[in-house]
Design a binder for this molecule. Structure first.
Ligand code: NAD
Ligand code: TYD
Length: 349
């Protein structure tokens, strides 16, 4: 199985590459532009692995995509490459459109042309050949829930942030390539991931870093917004199940069955690190802030036999331990461009 992973130097992509190399018989090509969010150190130890190739480049570079498909005879695409942070999308939406929408379309076109030309008469039997385009999407495309209810795959798309609007747009293009050209696709929509190697612009690593340094912990608004937290390794095993058993043209929601209010998480981090709750500072709320996300996992559970294996306590224990043991990884990030970002977003908020 020859897999092209895009965005594999980011948080989820790097965890996924390691998970697959450890657990599955596959060759992986990782195409990543190394934006601010990409970090080659997330993949340390893999450079000698003969089943792994890293290529620095842009998913918008069609010439490069064509070269990669032909050279490595790509059968599976897992598209993680994206601009992924809601707050940045509020500041500057344009790069989100370029990467998340146009980039996905460039990948779709390349897969369509390569698979059609090279698998010709087998094209209609794509699953026997194990050919599949997996679009890693998000539950944020469904918008915001009230205090009850869950997102199912039938929930209407109603994205509220520039980020989620571009992810929903990409999903629509993926669907169109299935309906129009018969491209074998699956779309996965997961909830908030957490775990090792997450960039500290996101809630959990940002709060761990600030708590360790005795800095204030900036909670947006009342902190009662709810997310459904998924340990990253569970997300990796879910995508692996979709590669193996997912049906073409289908959407699969992936959630952690772990609904938590932001404020609960922040307090848990402070308690685990032995720090005072007085470090919590409520700051101005995010514009258009979604109140609650929650995933109904029934479809992926029934059809692919997947369910999350970590509960929140275990996942947080592993996550906090990882950050404590990898202070250098965090320091490399926060000593650079990151502080300019942090000051811009949080000073005087
Ligand atoms: P991330 O920001 O940590 O990593 C994104 C990676 O994509 C980086 O390595 C970056 O260098 C790369 N990249 C960006 N633009 C690129 C381009 N034009 N060409 C090639 N590479 C490029 O993101 P993440 O948290 O690992 O998320 C991965 C995917 O999962 C995204 O598509 C995101 O929308 C989705 N997702 C994430 C979460 C979450 O909680 N993190 C939840 C739901 C869905
Ligand atoms: P985030 O990790 O950015 O993920 P998403 O916006 O994709 O859900 O944020 C998770 C929640 O935490 C969200 O409700 C916003 C909130 N949050 C804060 O309260 N303070 C912060 O500094 C950050 C980064 C997020």
């Amino acid at each position: 199985m020859n897999i092209l992973v895009t965005g594999g130097a980011g948080f989820i992509g790097s965890n996924f590459i390691k998970y697959m190399l450890q657990n599955k018989d596959c060759n992986i090509v990782n195409l990543d532009l190394l934006t601010y969010a990409g970090n080659i150190k997330n993949l340390e130890g893999l450079s000698e692995n003969k089943r792994y190739t890293y290529i620095k480049g842009d998913i918008l570079n069609r010439g490069l995509l064509d070269y990669i498909f032909r050279t490595f005879e790509i059968q599976i695409v897992v598209n993680f490459a994206a601009e992924s942070h809601v707050d940045r999308s509020i500041e500057d939406p344009e790069i989100f459109l370029k990467t998340n929408v146009m980039g996905t379309q460039a990948l779709l076109d390349t897969a369509k042309d390569y698979w059609k030309l090279n698998l010709a008469d087998k094209y209609s039997k794509e699953f026997e050949k194990g050919v599949k385009f997996i679009q890693v999407s998000t539950d944020e495309v469904y918008g915001s829930l009230g205090p009850s209810g869950y997102f199912t795959e039938e929930t209407c798309l109603a994205p509220n942030s520039p980020y989620s609007a571009t992810k929903a747009s990409a999903d629509m293009m993926v669907r169109a390539y299935y309906e129009t050209y018969g491209l074998p696709v699956c779309i996965t929509r997961c909830s908030n991931n957490y775990g090792p190697y997450q960039f500290p612009e996101k809630l959990i690593p940002l709060m761990i870093n600030n708590a360790l340094k005795g800095l204030s912990l900036p909670v947006y608004g009342d902190g009662k917004q709810v997310r459904d937290w998924l340990y990253v390794e569970d997300h990796c095993s879910a995508i692996s199940a979709v590669i193996e058993k997912g049906k073409s043209g289908e959407v699969y929601n992936i959630g952690g069955n772990n609904e938590k209010e932001n404020i609960e998480i922040v307090k848990l981090i402070l308690d685990k690190l032995g720090k005072e709750h007085s470090l919590i500072t409520h700051v101005k709320d995010r514009l258009g802030h979604d109140r609650r996300y929650s995933i109904d996992n029934t479809k992926i559970n029934k059809e692919l036999g997947w369910s999350p294996s970590y509960n929140f306590e275990e996942g947080m224990e592993k996550t906090i331990t990882w950050y404590l043991e990898n202070v250098e990884w965090m320091e490399d990030i926060v000593s650079g461009e990151y502080m300019r970002y942090y000051n811009k977003m949080y000073d005087g908020r």
